[in-house]
Design a binder for this molecule. Structure first.
Ligand SMILES: [Zn+2]
Length: 295
């Protein structure tokens, strides 16, 4: 990938300058991160997995009920998502956010992503709250590998037409049968060797991890907040939507980065910034005054 520049993203210079002025004065910053952050790494959004993952509706696989009914199928689904995430690379936005964290102790990132890409960009753990857990919590046994499902690199998928590169995988091929596995192939509790382990992600209808919510609440309640970055998420579900509101109440201005104008969080104000485009191009340009500054 070429290094991102403001021309790639066609950033509005006036907006950018105004954002930079505010960022340079900021000491306490929140970021809400969503699937759009990892889109430039070639990872489909959860919705985008639809049609990629066999004939199954991913929404029907991401529930406690689905796991109770068919744990092997649900594990195969998460195993294939984990394989996709493992073969993707963090992009320039993940690295810029990780760098902001090391430069600014008062920066907290709240991620809705489970793909491990912020972690692999060396985002400091204490400044990264995983609201929805992670695909990488539990070991995956070799039998769970779903070898025919891969990921087409982002630049291939954005180009028009058919495969240009011989190593591009056909991720839409649903005709290759899933390997047959039994319940004995699934990971179990290392202590009692009985209880089935489950993927370490938050499913539909479940509450978010309590310790993570506590950390976030402590951060928000501690002091005023200067800025909240909303990157690659429409932030329309709780608690994400509430965090924007709470940050505003603490004085924060809001900066949204999203590919689509439709995906802007609701309740926009005049002093908000909105940058439309690919997070991997925009976020590094936004954070440059801090990330590129000498210590
Ligand atoms: Zn046990």
């Amino acid at each position: 990938m070429t290094s991102p520049s403001s021309t790639d993203a066609e950033l509005d210079e006036e907006q950018l300058a105004s954002f930079h002025d505010h960022l340079k004065k900021s000491t306490r910053v929140l970021a809400l991160l969503g699937a759009g952050l990892s889109a430039a790494s070639g990872l489909p959004t959860f919705r985008g997995v639809e049609g990629l993952w066999r004939t199954h509706d991913p929404f029907s696989l991401a529930t406690p009920e689905a796991f109770d009914a068919d744990p092997a199928l649900v594990w195969q689904f998460y195993s294939s998502r984990r394989q996709m995430a493992s073969s993707a690379q963090p992009n320039a936005a993940h690295y810029a956010l990780a760098r902001l964290a090391t430069k600014m102790p008062g920066f907290q990132a709240l991620s809705q992503n489970v793909d491990g890409l912020s972690e692999r960009a060396n985002h400091p753990q204490k400044q990264l709250q995983l609201l929805h857990g992670t695909l990488f919590e539990n070991p995956i046994l070799p039998a769970l590998a779903v070898p025919t499902l891969g990921i087409a690199p982002a630049q291939h998928r954005t180009s028009e037409g058919a495969a240009e590169h011989e190593n591009e995988l056909d991720i839409s091929d649903i005709n290759v049968p899933l390997p047959f596995i039994t319940i004995d192939d699934l990971p179990r509790c290392p202590k009692c060797k009985q209880r089935l382990l489950r993927p370490g992600v938050v499913w539909f209808g479940e509450s978010l991890p309590g310790p993570v919510l506590d950390e976030v609440e402590t951060f928000i309640d501690a002091d005023k907040i200067d800025l909240i970055l909303v990157i690659g998420t429409s932030a329309r579900v709780t608690p994400a939507a509430d965090y924007i509101k709470q940050a505003r109440e603490r004085g924060a201005r809001v900066c949204v980065v999203n590919l689509n104008t439709d995906d802007r969080p609701v309740g926009r104000r005049n002093k908000d910034w909105f940058f439309q485009g690919d997070a991997a191009a925009i976020v590094p340009a936004l954070l440059m005054p801090i990330t590129e500054a000498c210590p």
